[in-house]
Design a protein around this ligand. Structure first.
Ligand code: GLN
Length: 477
């Protein structure tokens, strides 16, 4: 039996039936990493001894009937911008390479409370800025489905980790599509929860009004399982929402059809949106599936989302320029000494940050500078409100929306050398972050010629994850 091909719920069943122990599970995943990660390069770090001793402790608890949850002792990969106590947290940046976190992020602490083992540090685009993992300062992660192609980004290491069966699940973060786009590229499930559903405490901030942590898994039920563990109010993050939460795994499991459900198709995301023929075909198949499951297709409109990429690259860069100001090499990180303080700042930040991060800091500083603030930043905030209203209007006519994840499947390394071309990878994912709502990417099909996966995206109103997961599960079945 191949343990590493299982889901979290499949592994939990096996643990309950004593088909295998948590130690055997973790050993199997480590063996898989040792065999394949030299080519895939999903992990920046993996402390094998620590994972094995955590698994042994879980087995001990289970033997005494004191397991922390049915998932006690299962490994979950962690994106390198979500801190785990005692482990490095570089955000794939040279500037933070030496940093070891003195504390757990709330998401990781909540996983640990259920007995989950935080499994290594996964590669990403530096500070989560990118769509291909090519912006990592350390290594380029390959797409497990085709090693000449990118896994997507910025949570490319997390997507590759799950797709390569290095762990049954991983945590990613999504600011403009960084969970959903790599999930689509690698043929797995990726959920961006509603803004405020999951605490951002211990997530290194990129754009604070957009960032959310979420699960990347093999199936929809597993996404619900992880969300159940990590969701909920946290006093350490004032933007986390004080709403009753949980029951997401059960909601996912119960989703069997779409009877009576109105599925909106935002017209701007289909005709004339530059879909490749293969993505178009998969979308047609998805529409047929909706109807076969008893759902009704309705055309809706998101007129202002045509500005989403432009608005995002003003708001996200503005917030990033402020958030990244703290990385000056004084209290932590890699300091490059200069002759005086100012030169030390220049050298530390000039050499520590990669080209894309510097580009974003420059852009963000520019749009916030006096004289340009009103013309760019303030204006972008107004358009963000219009985009949010577009979603509110659309949800008056439908329960969920169905869209592509990306215009095309995973591209080859080096194929998108122009930053603007790269930014356009996210045209169908970015508006969701600006609206604050939730969305999920699930496998939709594969390209006939290349065999590369194509994802489909379901979107739902704020705090409707239970419905979203139920419908996604119905589609996936
Ligand atoms: N690809 C987008 C960017 O480069 C989104 C990244 C993200 O969601 N973290 O900013």
């Amino acid at each position: 039996m191949d343990i590493t091909a299982k889901t979290l719920h499949g592994l939990a069943d096996g643990l309950a039936k004593k088909e295998f122990s948590a130690s055997e599970v973790v050993k199997a995943y480590i063996a898989k990493v040792d065999k394949d990660d030299a080519n895939i390069k999903a992990f920046l770090k993996l402390d094998r001894e620590k994972a094995l001793s955590a698994a042994a402790a879980a087995d001990e608890r289970r033997a005494q009937g004191k397991e922390l949850s049915p998932y006690d002792g299962l490994p979950v990969g962690i994106k390198d911008c979500i801190v785990t106590q005692g482990e490095t947290c570089s955000c794939a940046s040279k500037l933070l390479e030496p940093v070891v976190s003195p504390y757990d992020s709330t998401a990781v602490a909540r996983l640990k409370a259920q007995g989950i083992i935080p499994f290594g540090r996964l590669n990403m685009d530096e500070f989560a800025m990118g769509s291909s993992c090519e912006n990592s300062a350390f290594q380029k992660t390959a797409n497990p489905r085709d090693l000449s192609r990118v896994p997507g980004g910025s949570s490319g290491g997390s997507a590759a980790c799950v797709a390569a069966d290095f762990a049954p699940a991983a945590l990613g973060s999504d600011t403009g599509g960084s969970i959903r786009q790599p999930a689509g590229f690698c043929g797995i499930v990726g959920l961006k929860p509603t803004y405020g559903r999951v605490s951002r405490y211990g997530l290194v901030a990129f754009a604070s009004s957009l960032d959310q942590i979420g699960p990347m898994t093999n199936d929809v039920e597993d996404a619900g399982i992880i969300l159940d563990m990590i969701c909920g109010k946290d006093k350490m993050d004032s933007t986390s929402l004080p709403v009753a939460a949980g029951g997401f795994a059960e909601a996912a499991r119960n989703g069997k059809d779409l009877k009576g459900i109105k599925v909106g198709l935002p017209k701007e995301y289909f005709t004339g949106s530059g879909l490749t023929p293969e993505v178009e075909r998969v979308m047609e198949e998805a529409k047929a599936k909706v109807k076969a499951l008893g759902g009704e297709l309705v055309e809706v409109s998101l007129p202002h989302t045509k500005y989403a990429v432009a608005v995002y690259y003003i708001i996200a860069t503005a917030e990033a320029s402020a958030n990244l100001a703290r990385f000056d090499g004084m209290r932590y990180g890699a300091r490059k000494e200069g002759r005086d303080l100012v030169e030390t700042y220049f050298k530390t930040r000039g050499e520590g940050f990669g080209a894309e991060v510097r580009r974003r800091i420059l852009l963000g500083t520019y749009v916030l500078s006096s004289g340009y603030y009103d013309a760019y930043y303030l204006r972008a905030q107004k358009v963000r409100t219009l985009i949010r209203r577009d979603f509110e209007e659309a949800y008056k006519q439908c329960d969920v929306m169905l869209t592509p994840v990306t215009p095309a499947p995973a591209f080859k390394f080096g194929e998108k050398s122009d930053p603007l071309q790269m930014y356009l990878s996210d045209i169908f994912t970015i508006a969701l972050n600006l609206s604050g709502n939730c969305g999920i990417s699930i496998p939709g099909g594969v390209c006939k010629e290349t065999g590369m996966p194509v994802g489909i995206q379901l979107l739902a109103p704020a705090l409707e994850e239970a419905k979203l997961l139920a419908y996604a599960n119905a589609m996936q079945r």
